[in-house]
Design a protein around this ligand. Sequence first.
Ligand code: NAP
Length: 307
Amino acid sequence: MTVIYKKVALIGLGLIAGSIAHAIRRAGLSDTISGYARSAETRDIAREINLCDVVCDNMVDAIKDADLVILAVPVGAMAAVAKEIGPHLKAGATLSDVGSVKASVIKNVSPFVPDNVHFIPAHPLAGTEHSGPRSGFAELFDNRWCIIVPSDQTEDTALNKLRVFWKALGSNVEVMDAQHHDLVLAVTSHAPHLIAYTMVGVADDLSRVTDKEVINFSAAGFRDFTRIAASDPTMWRDVFLNNKEATLEILGRFTEELFDLQRAIRHGDGDYLHDYFTRTRAIRRGIIDAGQDTDAPNFGRNLTKES
Ligand code: NAP
């Protein structure tokens, strides 16, 4: 593979930035990867595991002469980072991010981007419930989607270069506008996370009554919720605070459907329930056919190891 950006700077060195660093190296997409993280502890770990070619103690050093700068910090921290690095970005460089929400990041970061820098937001739809510099791995983006969100002013050459970069990291790439991105993600990721957090919260309340039976006899449905509900609290706080409208719209619809299902259970309307579950099963089939999850029983868990 050929070098796409000579120097890539990663601001924030957690799961996503770490995975980008590994995937860049796997494919040889840059000559130098520089990185910066807020805490000395994270920077030390990044140095210890050789996550980047150089880990800097301040952001401005990390982005110096970088051809691509990727902001990989929580959504609520993007503006402050952009404010600090904005005046020091190289002319002609591309500034991108990996934030899970797009409209608010664009609104908050844009004022700090100089005219001679291409600001092209992106969001890789790939992640795990783990965080921190040790959690990244090169295969994270393989066959997952990365949504790129250019503006009307984005130059084609800069956009295409970023598209080629994400493809070389292993992703499929789609271009979308910010509002549409935020609505799609509210359905596919943000609302499901909130529901998982709620379900685990409810079970936690209940477990106090049932003396930990919820934990001990945890069956697949609940266990899968707990995996999602173990996701980073800071990241998810910021997602909901920054994708308010779309998430509330989807939760409103969710509540209506939940009431319909509740009513069907109360009135013994088996046909309604059966039809509903048949429809949802088809959606699951579609996700597997698209290669976005495994069809292995129990999500591919090794049952002999687990039991
Ligand atoms: P992570 O593993 O928790 O890493 C976050 C990084 O940001 C850490 O290096 C942390 O520094 C730094 N950071 C946290 N708060 C900061 C602040 N206020 N100012 C400056 N730096 C700060 O998180 P991640 O999963 O890689 O997520 C990073 C971004 O990717 C987020 O915007 C998230 O929405 C997006 N994203 C996440 C996923 C996912 O599933 N995890 C998927 C797609 C996109 P310290 O370590 O020094 O605290």
